[in-house]
Design a protein around this ligand. Sequence first.
Ligand code: GLN
Length: 538
Amino acid sequence: MTKFIFVTGGVLSSLGKGITSASVATILKQSGYQVSMLKIDPYLNVDPGTMSPLEHGEVFVTADGAETDLDVGNYERFIDVTLSAKNNFTTGQVYSSVIKRERQGGYLGKTIQVIPHVVDEIKDRIFAACDDKDFLIVELGGTVGDIEGLPFMEAIREIRFELEKTRTMNIHVSLIPFIKAAGELKTKPTQHSVQELRRIGITPHMLVCRTEQPLPKALKKKLAMSCDVDLNAIIEASDANSIYQVPLNFIREGILTPLADHFNISIKPDMTKWDALVKNILVPQAEVTIAFVGKYLELKESYKSLTEALIHAGAHTNTKVNINWCDSERIEDVGAYDIIGNSDAVLVAGGFGHRGVEGKITAIKYARENKIPYLGICLGMQLAVVEFARNVLGLEDANSVEFDKDTKNPLIYLIDEFLDQNGATQIRTQESPMGGTMRLGEYPFNPKEGSKIQAAYGKNETYFERHRHRYEANPAYKTQLEKAGMIVSGESNGLIETVEIEDHPWFVGVQFHPEFTSRLENPNAIILDFVKEAIKNK
Ligand code: GLN
């Protein structure tokens, strides 16, 4: 029977609730338990798919094609488990289901209310995410006291009331600020947020205290007493140099005892491999620099999975991967050399919209002509095809129809009909609605014999990678491209998945997002090879 750990946050956002949740999950997983995770987002959007990356950070795509919160990415990276649409839901989804059921007559005769109907829907969704695992870690977005979080808090309270005491645990992540003028750490904000939580009916079993300074014992005692939490369950969480250090820090802080005591089970994690990888991240033997060309540079969280995937590759090669952030619009102004300079490899990430596209094309040309290892992801692959068509095939107006609807050479086009993951036909036009209408999630493909992609994976079998895009490389140009040296090295049901340049040390474009399947203990093979090529090129 699944045990539940609910993680809430207090005082302010960005305290690292996601990393706390993922770290607790990692400790349990490495102790031999089966673990799943759930992120609840109290906002009204149905999913983050239509939010700006600058507003919300990255949209993480699950294998089954759900557009989810970036914390779900952290979960997969930490616990090395493939999650699905069930593992993230929002207020928007909860209300959509309740209202749909109401229209279908599912509540006939009743007045529909937040309690019980909305709260019941929330509870159903929490239970649906268990998947018969030993543990489900549930992270509630936002901060205690938020109006929109209340129905979720109530659902947590009810579940805690309904199940045996050893099946639910509440962890509250809070801030212990250091007030410079007073030279003191202050517990009052945490006391207040725990009071708010208790007013709702939830007394936390553990406090994870974010702090810039070590918490003295006396202060832990004060927190324990005022918040009604066992002294050994006051866990200090000081800033870490790497997020992957956090599970190790928690163990050092003594988290195992309160967890084991509460659930009345043995918790003995084997962190040997994890520890070695973290050491490689913290004290790497070598360094390499990758030019990361993008346009959402104001909020690096928009490229979260990719920057993490580079860290994973670095951990497995004992190398620090430095990122030279290259603003594609600046490349348009001053050219590639000044911005990319002597970076050891070039990476063009995914993106939407016209801004910065020409700068990316300039960067790709630079990597191709100077034989610098290149990885193009999604838009980065599409533009590699466009660049090749323009500058090698001589098709000057080659473009993606995303940027020039009427181009005579639509190297990247909109296929009007395609079969989605479930074999259903999707019709796509420029006018299709924006939400959830892209090619999303995992699709199979077979890398071509002798290709760099195949070399990266190591074996010749079917691989699955995740997609999130509306446009596709146009197969009508395949023969022309291949004759000139750009080969299609992977296809999925007739759709072009990967391209490579034959006469180049390592030039690879992938239509999918390899970063979504990279985990600390299991890095993505293509990104790992890309980093190895960067190291070779030093
Ligand atoms: N804008 C492109 C498309 O929709 C690429 C998307 C991406 O890079 N994720 O096809």
